[in-house]
Ligand binder design. Sequence first.
Ligand code: PLP
Length: 392
Amino acid sequence: MTASDDPPFTGPHLDYGPANDADGTRVVRAGLPAEEPYEPPLPGPVFAAHYHLPGEVEGAPYAYGRDANPTWTQLEQALAELEAPGDPDAEVVVFSSGMGAISAVLLSQLRPGRTVVLPSDGYNLLSALHERLENFGVQVRTAPTGGDGQLAELEGADLLWLETPSNPGLDVCDIRKLAAAAHEGGALVAVDNTLATPLGQRPLLLGADISVASGTKALTGHGDVLLGYVATRNPDIAAAVRGWRKTVGAIPGPMEAWLAHRSLATLDVRTQRQAGNALAVAEALAVRPEVRDVRHPGLPQDPSHQLAARQMSRYGCVVSFTLSDQAFANRFLGRLRLVNDATSFGGVRSTAERRGRWGGDAVPEGFVRLSVGVEDSVDLVTDIRRALDQAG
Ligand code: PLP
């Protein structure tokens, strides 16, 4: 399902071959080693704190478990193929969580006296990093994602941090436009691509220097793994974040990395199904009188839709909306049968939560963030309508 009228990322298939494979084909083979008789297609996780290391360390691909691991290497290769198909310069560094990856970029690229522009409405733990960066002497500016608000804060900036679509408000900003303006002033550009996944949006192809994501969400999609990664074509940035990972030890376990790689094979079918379900849910919610401010970038009447259609090929699985108050939202969540009251998003099972329960997001008390899974869409919409009727 392509969202835009522009040509899709990977088609049409003018030339037959791996460089022109569509995403559905790419994900099932991404990062796999060359076929060898009697070897598994995806080798199992390598559990090793150290490797046999004869002689000098220089040039050894694997020496110590905090520096490198073959299971990470294969996953990193797979993610590079998804973030920048066919680009041999793309590199990925995997981390133990999305926050590990985000911290690695911010803390390796910024120093006292440097300036970063953050979204004012991004993932709420960015505010903890905001505080820490200021304590380290970094100047931090913030502006909203919607309306490309961060454009006005770029003067003299060293790093522009975008999160689009933003979590939980689902505003979208123009990556191409912001990246061009930031580069003109000499700033690097990073995009948090968690919500879209590389099958929904490719920041490196839209002009960003860095695509960073939590793999905990739709990328792995089963609610059982924490993971993060940084993708870039800039070898200095790749080396800096790899060095940061080694220094702070924010490394994924081999089992997590292997599970993540295994999950990539279904990324296309999961995210396609979730995007269709999310649109069906958003449309069903939008016609209910007791539901306000339904947001989903795929909804034709959403304020972000036109821009999203230009830079996304899939709109993600998150729908947000507002009920009259906290009590109504809690009653609604309590009546749902197929949607668990839980945080996070992107999993195969639908989840929802009253986002205000955490504090830290500028949202009304009745604001609900719903993550749509891969269930049957009619069952899901029926459950949501029934819960609204019973809660009202
Ligand atoms: N970025 C976004 C947009 C998120 O929503 C989250 C977590 O919810 C993160 C980053 C952090 O990811 P993790 O929980 O894997 O550290």
